[in-house]
Ligand binder design. Structure first.
Ligand SMILES: NC(=O)c1ccc[n+]([C@@H]2O[C@H](COP(=O)([O-])OP(=O)(O)OC[C@H]3O[C@@H](n4cnc5c(N)ncnc54)[C@H](OP(=O)(O)O)[C@@H]3O)[C@@H](O)[C@H]2O)c1
Length: 249
């Protein structure tokens, strides 16, 4: 119950899926949590069911000024930061022949620029010995048709995390990434595909997973708790797959 007692955690993408499940678990483990996401209405709705010490902040991670404001609101509320979980992301699909500049910019602005700018803003306020977590994806290790730009964005953030691991070493800040496989979240409904195509795609993914199923947000949240906590005190710079074995075969 007290794994994160008195720790201050910021989670982006916290009104849904993996981010929300992690916010619930961090609160249960005693953290003071700053839940950030883009849609205020969804943040307000989930906040009604949360117990513990938390604030919500509306922030579009692709906007530099929103990242500045997010860190300001968080530090005004709780002081220095112990855990920064850069989890917000989108995964729209487009085969290479249909890729537009808008598709590319949207994905890279949210999945790459956003977390990097948030780290820059947060670093002066992260306690020595703190923990930074990214949600990457196994898509940078395996190729799935139509996910070219998304996969490139996740590969980019994984590479950035390696550099950051080295850049913050003098402060003993640990930097790790979580690479989910197929996880049952609202993400798939936001890909811009008809429902039957999403369902077929889901079946296809599940068949490829050695455990034969999608994972849950709660299973990823447990990994986000482990990596952020002192239980992972000598784990630094890694990408941990939470994918039922999909990336390993
Ligand atoms: N589900 C999977 O199978 C899977 C697999 C590998 C990796 N991932 C990664 O896991 C992370 C979480 O996704 P999820 O599956 O939990 O999906 P989700 O339920 O759709 O959650 C995505 C979250 O990101 C937020 N978000 C999106 N764009 C944003 C922006 N511009 N500014 C701020 N917040 C923004 C969303 O908030 P709003 O709705 O308010 O915009 C939402 O809270 C993503 O980085 C995703 O790429 C997911």
């Amino acid at each position: 119950m007290n794994t994160l007692k008195n720790k201050v955690a910021i989670i982006t993408g916290a009104n849904s899926g993996i981010g929300l499940a992690t916010a619930k678990l961090y609160l249960k483990e005693g953290a003071k949590v700053v839940l950030a996401a883009r849609r205020k209405e969804a943040l307000d709705t989930v906040a009604k069911d949360l117990d513990g010490t938390f604030i919500t902040v509306v922030a579009d991670v692709s906007k530099p000024e929103d990242n500045v404001n997010l860190i300001k609101e968080a530090t005004n509320a709780y002081g220095n930061i112990d855990i920064l979980f850069l989890n917000a992301g989108i995964a729209p699909i487009s085969p290479t022949t249909d890729i537009t500049e808008t598709h590319y910019d949207e994905i890279f602005n949210i999945n790459v620029k956003g977390p990097i700018l948030a780290v820059k803003e947060a670093l002066p306020h992260i306690n020595d010995g703190g923990s930074i977590l990214f949600t990457s994806s196994i898509v940078s290790q395996k190729g799935f048709d139509g996910l070219g730009v998304y996969s490139a964005s996740k590969g980019a953030i994984r590479s950035y995390a390696r550099v950051l691991t080295s850049e913050v070493k003098s402060r003993s800040i640990r930097v790790n990434s979580i690479a989910p496989g197929p996880i049952s979240t609202p993400l798939y409904g936001k890909m811009g595909l008809p429902q039957d195509v999403v369902e077929d795609m889901g079946k296809g993914f599940a068949q490829q997973v050695p455990l034969g199923r999608f994972g849950t947000s709660e299973e990823v949240a447990k990994t986000a708790l482990f990596l952020a906590s002192d239980d992972a005190s000598y784990i630094n710079g890694i990408e941990l797959e939470v994918d039922g074995g999909l990336s390993q075969i």
